[in-house]
Design a protein. Sequence first.
Length: 412
Amino acid sequence: MKIVDVSEFYSELGGGVRTYVAQKLAASALEGHRTVIVAPGPVDRVEEREGGRIVWVRAPRLALDPRYHIFCDRKAIHRVLDREAPDVVEGSSPWVGGWAVASWPGSAVKSLFVHQDPVAAYPHTLLAPRLGAARVDAMFGWFWRYLRNLSGRFDTTVVSGQWLADRLSRFGVKPARAIRFGVEPGIFSPVWRSSETRKRMLASCGIEDHRALLLVALGRHHPEKFPGMMIEAVARVGRRVPVGLYMIGDGPLRRRVERRAARVKGVHVAGQVADRSELAGLLASGDALLHGCPGETFGLAIAEAMSSGLPLIVPSTGGAAELAGPGYAETYEPFRVEACAAAIERFASRDTAAMAAAAAAAAARQVRTSHGHFVELFAHYAELGAARRVAGTESLRVPIADESAVMATGLR
């Protein structure tokens, strides 16, 4: 089976999407498939990889994050699809890439993979702290109409968590197939916990007391991750309880995060950790993962932390909440500094060793391998292709005569 993934937010300098694409190519090679990633970049070029290739399509740089480019030429994507002639084509965003796939006249199975809830990622981030998430959702009814319109042009809609499938269904989007993500096997484990690593991490936070609580944050420095809220929550708790926050990641808010962290005792901004073995050692050596994003589609960082035996302090919504359990997690109302600080204090009063053991046990039950995700995804696509062949018809997708008219309809 040949799969083409029109991956609008892939970047060699990115984080989660880059990891996902690397895993997808590796799984394709193991399962006897071939995957082609179509990604926006500075120039047109083709890069061969084991399991497939990456086809870069020249596109302008994204103003908000110069590590990324953004599709603008639908016809250029169509030319790549014509040349590749896939069995399955994925639209991995609801924007230009998604519409390019929807409007391509080829006969391949078409899959809309919703990797992110844009309303949770942006409007919730900006407005929900003041207005509440439910009110913001109601304000963006136009987007749900838009997404319903787009998803109707695909044979399947795929998401990585059941909570997101349920959320889309509440807004009338075509029923989505939840195919959970997974973590790389053999990397993240409690066995990598090191007292020396923990001491170094605390020292980086400016803390000499090895009995202090060591929190680890893993994620992009981006508004949807609420890094400022986490720093402020640690600042409040630190007035009463010795606590350090070791922040791993990079992103467009890096300088702002560093300036804010410099004013708070106990916070260290470590930057991106590219070496996965090093990252595994850092996670295993912390006391808890502190997470601020209430709209994670799955929560790969959370699953990696659990697999490392790291308990959780996470928002009570989204993929974070779906992975959290009472035996190894404290949850808090999203967007609220005081709620986050209270959750940290509740965690500090619990038996952290018992919670670490419970986190590792829960990961063994709940967190699959990354390869398991792709096996299920490929099987889903094979079933769709087989069903179409048996039916003797291409699909039940709504034909697109005029893309601009369809998009306008979705915005009404």
